[in-house]
Every structure is written in structure tokens, then in C-alpha cells.
Design a protein around this ligand. Sequence first.
Ligand code: PMP
Ligand code: GLU
Length: 396
Amino acid sequence: MLSERVGKIKPSPTFAMDTKAKAMKAEGIDIVNFGVGEPDFDTPDHIKEAAIKAIRDGFTKYTAVGGIDPLKDAIIEKLKKDNGLDYTREQIIVSCGAKHSLYNIAQACYGPGDEVLIPSPYWVSYPDQVLLNDAVPVFVKTEEKDGFALRPEALEAKITKKTKALILNSPSNPTGGIYDRKTLQAVAEIAVKHNILVVADEIYEKLVYDGHEHVSIGTLGKEIKELSIAVNGFSKSYAMTGWRMGYAAGPKDIVKAMTNIQSQSTASPASMVQKAAIAALTGPQDSVGMMRDEFDRRRKFLVQGLNSIDGISCFTPAGAFYAFPNVSALYGKKAGSRPINNSRDFALYLLEEANIALVHGEVFGDDNYIRISYATSMETIDKAIKRLREAVARLA
Ligand code: PMP
Ligand code: GLU
């Protein structure tokens, strides 16, 4: 009964690991869960209050499919102020999460045989969303020594007549890498030269450290603006993962197609969540900075801890809330009779014998690494580093 298309995809591995860790916790196992990338902070009160007020006021019906105008206006204002991007209402669509916006883009723009360039390591949902639309993911490898940013020549080498789009994620999940302006300019020139759509996933834009600057590719010229679509959401900046709220801004024809798809699939995002989103964008922003500063503290502590373990080497992430250490020096070793030959072996060993849940690099496109989400408390990170040190010491 199933379609051929659905046979090409797997469940999101980040959620799969989270589910496994939560099941172990429910059995009473003291698990440290670094699996899913989800802020441990609560949604700020003024945002919650706006949703409660909307419900009390009876704002509980369908809304315009692509979002209510006051929310679109708040997004337009935010994009202008924070990103230097100018858009009109017809260029904005509000969806049930950034993931939903990305999926709408995939449905609207990718078709059979189209090639979609994905810098690797990549976030787990990009390839599967491409596959679900009968298009072909084409990976472009990035290197740790380049801060996991694309080399323009490596990008250009993968372009063919079938290339339709490039999915760019800065700051990156899983590497924490950020594109500087110069590299982004080079990428923009290539995209314009070959007429490639750039899908800019900017969901971690507020989480940048060490003086790095987030640059939206659409600000780098008129031509690239017309060829790019910015995707963003509330999950990470406002600790709103469960509310399911995201948006995209880009060319009118693409946004219109996405809105048509949404009108035939989910219709509008939840009415009261749209009111909460307005409060998030227009209300006080101090919680955003507070969360960023706390993530920064954890980042430093975690990276230092990881680098103090023999056999583990960790790039200092410049953004987002993931550490992506290289653990390949441990491959070929054994824990008793248990061989550790790849990232999956290592992650399973840590889960089953050290009670640490994290995601193996293979699912992000690089088997030499593992991903650790540091959107958890300092105590959890401290506990995990101790367990990790002991688990690595047991390998021979
Ligand atoms: N893009 C990236 C890179 C992510 O890590 C996430 C987190 N799930 C998303 C998009 C989607 O976020 P959401 O759907 O919760 O807005
Ligand atoms: N972005 C988070 C992660 O990568 C959430 C899970 C998901 O959407 O896959 O862990």
C-alpha cells in the first residue's frame, strides 16, 4: 500500500535517539540526554500570556492560511531590523515550524530529477525532504579546518544542469560552523551565475559566539535576494519547540506556491500560537540574550571538557548549541569484546554502557564525528564529561 517515495526516507534520527533516551529514563535509568536539539529553558512568560489571552478572547478559529497580517508585519519588521532584509506581506509565509516551511519549499520547488546541493555535515531532515519530493540530494563536503563552511570551488564542482537549489544552514546544526561575509559573498556569486535557489536556514541566527556575526545571504545584492528564501522560527531563539511556529521570506511566486500547498495540507498554523509569536517578536528580547549567554558558558565548558579526553578532538563551535567532536581516533578499539569501529558503534556503546544519549555523526553525513547538544544544564554536561572520560578510558 505504501508509496515508493516513502520507502526512501527514515524517521528523523535525532527524534529516534530522544525517544530511546526518554524510554530508558522512564525505566528508571539515570540517562544524560544530549540527543535532541531543544532548549531546556521555559518559554518566556509574556509569550505564554499572549497565547492564554488569545484563547480567553476567543481567538481560536482558522486564520488566513499563510498567517495573520499583524504577525506578518512583525516578521517584516524583524527581518528589516535584525537582518537588513526588506520584504512585503506577499513574500512571507507562517508555518508550523521552520521544518514545515522547509518542507513547503521542497514541495514547491524540487521535482523528479532535480539536484539539491546540501553541504555536509548537514541537518538530518534536509536529504529526506529532498527525497520525499523525488529529487536528488547532492552532498558537498565541508572540512573542519575551514570551520565547516563551503569552499566555493567545491560548491561549483558539484553544479550540473540539473542543480536546482542549495540549502545553506548558518549557524549550522550539527557543526556550529558559521559563514563569514566573504565566503557567503562567494557562494552568492556562484548561485547567481548558475541561477540556483538558495534556501537559507537561519534558525540559529541569535546563537552566535566569540564576536561572530550572522549575515543573511539575501542582503548581499539584489540578484541573490531574488534567488534566496530565508527560513526562520521560534523554537531556538524563544525556547518554543512545542509551539510549532516558523516562517519563510522570499520570492512572491515561491511563497504563493507554498501557501497553496499549506492551504491543501495543514491550513493555518494555530491561531493562538500566532498571537504568541507576535509577543515573542515585539516584546522584550532580554531572554534571548540571557539564553545565548548561558549557551555560551556551556559551550566553553563542554568543548574544554571534550578536548581534555584523550582520543577526542573538538572544533570550537561558533554558533548554535551543538558540539561536534571528532572521535575517529577511538575507532579500532574495543570495550571488552565490543568493537568500536564507527560513530554508530561508539554512540551505542555510550548509550548502553555509560548512559549517555547523543547522535552519531553518520546520520549527519560524517562518520568521524558525534553530535552533542549542549542545550542542557551545566550539571548534566559535567556529569556527561565524567562518564565519557571513564567510558573512553575503558577502551583498549
Ligand atoms: N533547521 C535546523 C537546522 C534545525 O536544527 C531545526 C530544529 N529542529 C529546524 C530547522 C526546525 O525547527 P522547528 O521546526 O522546530 O522550527
Ligand atoms: N533540530 C533539533 C535536532 O536536530 C530537533 C530535532 C529535529 O527536528 O530533528 O536535534
